[in-house]
Design a protein around this ligand. Structure first.
Ligand SMILES: [Mg+2]
Length: 290
């Protein structure tokens, strides 16, 4: 047997990275935490931004069009500080409603595959959620709002854009502004400076930052829209929170706890790798003895 033949058929696991959303993916929607987030966003829109009319509808529409309400509010011209928004919306959350999840912890720890978080939320929120769930040691890397949106002055096109001819301040234009289309009418809506899922730019950024090969990565998220982009970007996709598959979805899980039942191959591939290693070890040992 030629050496080439001997090595080219060695099987290897299908995935070398598992990529996870956090909110409503690592814990269930019915925990109530997301409802609290929505209430805080609405309060921010009313009290901090002075929006009075149809606030709930606007929040829903912006979330649908832009992936996060924050990205939508920036797009339609509201000027606010990202940290102020995050501390108002996440800083007052009743994180204690999330309980430690030893079952999920043990599932994750039994998979010797690199695990990366990919969330639109800020770093502090992600850390708080993971800590409450007892999963803080289960992930190798975290991609969060701050990773996707580093606040560098060099991103600005031109400082002069900050001031109108009448001297008033306007929203700065960023080089990375993203074209956005209404999900139903496909009509272009104002661009956003915020990089977040479901936009391709967010996925491209995450792949680069975490050195991810999408063809060899399995992505878990509760948002169909995020999964649609993910599929287009070459990722393998898992919908969490519903057992009904949709466009762009390879697997659908009612709960993240069903991962072993729905994807036994994740564990089988590990077994397969161990068997291959064992077979190789026996072959080497036999050669040495001979
Ligand atoms: Mg989510």
């Amino acid at each position: 047997m030629e050496y080439g033949d001997r090595y080219q058929h060695i099987p290897r696991p299908q995935y070398d990275c598992l990529l996870f959303d956090v909110d409503d993916t690592l814990y269930p929607l019915n925990s109530g935490l997301s409802k609290e987030v929505t209430n805080n966003i609405i309060e921010y829109m009313i009290n901090k931004l002075g929006i009075k009319d149809k606030v709930t509808e606007l929040n829903f529409q912006l979330y649908k069009d832009y992936g996060t309400t924050m990205a939508g509010l920036k797009a339609i011209g509201y000027d606010f500080d990202y940290d102020d928004f995050h501390s108002f919306v996440h800083g007052r959350l009743p994180y204690e409603i999330l309980k430690p999840d030893p079952v999920l912890k043990s599932l994750l720890q039994s998979l010797p595959v690199r695990k990366v978080i990919f969330s639109n939320a800020n770093e502090e929120h992600v850390a708080n959620v993971l800590s409450r769930l007892g999963l803080e040691d289960c992930f190798d890397e975290v991609i969060s709002f701050e990773t996707l949106n580093p606040m560098e002055k060099t991103n600005l096109l031109d400082d002069e854009n900050d001031v109108n001819s009448n001297g008033s301040k306007q929203r700065p234009v960023l080089r990375s502004e993203i074209n956005v289309f209404d999900t139903e009418t496909n009509v272009e809506v104002p661009k956003t400076p915020v990089v977040c899922k479901p936009f391709e730019a967010a996925f491209e950024h995450a792949f680069k930052m975490a050195n991810i090969d999408p063809q060899r990565t399995l992505f878990f998220d509760d948002s169909i829209r995020n999964l649609e982009t993910a599929k287009l970007m070459g990722l393998h996709t898992v919908l969490v929170g519903s057992s009904h598959k949709a466009k762009g979805v390879d697997y659908a899980l009612e709960s993240i706890h069903n991962i072993r039942e729905a994807l036994p191959e994740l564990w089988e591939s590990i077994k397969m790798t161990e068997e291959v290693c064992y077979a190789e070890a026996v072959a080497i040992e036999t050669q040495v003895r001979a």
